[in-house]
Write a protein that binds this ligand. Structure first.
Ligand SMILES: C[S@@+](CC[C@H](N)C(=O)[O-])C[C@H]1O[C@@H](n2cnc3c(N)ncnc32)[C@H](O)[C@@H]1O
Length: 400
């Protein structure tokens, strides 16, 4: 029941959160992953890469300047956030204090009414009231929604303190911090991915790209044993979904320009024990893939595709909190997609498959046009596929 409600609410607010049974995740040696981060780490929410990097030429010419721009780094630590539901219940509180928090949280949620919904399509009170219960399910060990009916106060074991719940909830309602960043995870297909600031929250619509890849593999079994690339992997969602589809010999290379995203992708790959199947590489689009150029069995990507001037009008949860690098598709929104299509001419092997998510309609048309008419017959079976909402969203093709 809770699961169905979560899914419905998510569809409504465009962010993915569902209630799947918590999977058993192997603990990692440390929650701190060392990684080489650029100086922009502190401001990654607003970072836009240099134009030259976003649109690096393909076939890539590895000139020294580009390489040093990519690798000019400062050693820093990305502090990874363990999803709330996976943390040990080392805090305790009295049920009366938790009920006091819940009343305060509900009052704050009710004060929102429909003002966010009307302003930018954000959550209304009803959505926020549901989220309070989900937050409690993740934060309280053996949470019962009927707490208020208990005759006597009880002691509850918690995964975070009640004080922390106050600050998390005021961030959620007043700062519009996305719920998934609050609880540190996002349910996507049958996995629960760790997410935090600096990485895009994977969307339900992107799940369809895995189904599309699955159908392509069904038409040509050799695709299941090859090397695939997930370009712009973010949390690692597509790479993990793909790895679960491929045969044991199959392999996925997950690429991202953002060190923060890559640290989180790596963490998620480890959480699902897929290190042998998914390799995470840093760099711009095809640049880190030179060793597999012309050999790829498939390329999937959900690149940034929002036109730059539309970003200020996005729902605050998205525009103010999700990384600009993951959203900004340049002036028309399509620049990265065009670059990826051109790149696939040399990156894919004969018979190789590509599947890209777009902003819909015009972008999908432009891409299909490029692949079918302006690529020297490099591709066949070019298709535009609608998402479940009926929007022509995905473009797919096979390399001739
Ligand atoms: C829309 S997000 C998609 C993330 C993930 N695939 C998903 O569907 O949830 C786009 C991703 O592309 C990455 N990106 C942006 N520019 C890039 C570039 N030049 N090379 C590689 N990755 C890039 C961003 O960091 C971001 O993680």
């Amino acid at each position: 029941m809770a699961s169905a409600l979560r899914q419905t609410a998510i569809a409504a607010i465009g962010l993915c959160y569902s209630s799947l049974p918590p999977m058993k995740i192997q603990s990692t040696a440390s929650n701190f992953f060392r990684c080489s981060t650029r100086r922009y780490t502190h401001s990654f929410l607003t970072f836009t890469p240099p134009y030259s990097l976003r649109n690096a030429p393909f076939p890539p010419t590895l000139n020294a300047q580009t390489v040093s721009t990519i690798t000019e780094t400062v050693e820093e630590v990305v502090k990874l956030q363990v999803p709330l539901f996976e943390r040990p219940p080392i805090f305790s509180t009295c049920s009366e204090d938790l009920l006091k928090w819940r009343k305060w949280a509900q009052d704050l949620a009710n004060s929102v009414g429909s003002k966010y919904l009307e302003a930018d399509g954000g959550p209304d009170s009803e959505d926020l009231l549901r989220e309070i219960e989900w937050l409690l399910e993740d934060a309280v060990d053996e949470y019962s929604p009927n707490l208020a009916t208990f005759e006597a106060p009880i002691t509850l074991n918690m995964r975070t303190s009640v004080e922390d719940l106050y600050s998390l909830w005021s961030d959620r309602v007043e700062k519009r911090r996305p719920f998934q960043y609050i609880v540190g995870c996002s349910h996507w297909r049958d996995v629960v991915l760790s997410v935090q600031e600096g990485v895009l929250i994977p969307r339900p619509v992107t799940e369809e790209l895995i189904e599309i890849a699955q159908k392509a593999i069904a038409t040509d079994g050799s695709l299941a044993t090859g090397v695939w690339a997930d370009l712009g992997t973010g949390s690692g969602a597509l790479a993990i979904g793909l790895a679960q589809l491929l045969d044991p010999e199959g392999h996925v290379v997950a690429v991202d320009l953002s060190h923060v995203a890559l640290s989180i992708a790596r963490y998620n790959v480890q959480r699902y024990e897929l290190q042998a199947r998914v390799e995470v590489r840093q760099g711009s689009w095809f640049l880190p893939l030179q060793d597999v150029n012309g050999k790829l069995a498939g390329v999937l990507s959900n690149p940034p595709y929002i036109p730059e001037d539309q970003i200020p009008g996005l729902q605050a949860e998205v525009g103010k909190h999700e990384p600009r690098l993951a959203l900004n598709g340049g002036q028309e929104g399509i620049e990265d997609l065009l670059h990826l299509c051109r790149g696939c001419i040399s990156a894919l092997r004969s018979g190789g498959f590509l599947g890209f998510e777009t902003n819909g309609e015009r972008q999908a048309d432009a891409l299909a046009d490029l692949l079918s008419c302006k690529s020297d017959s490099s591709f066949r079976d070019v298709q535009i596929i609608a998402d479940y909402a009926g929007i022509p969203r995905f473009v797919t093709a096979f390399r001739c």
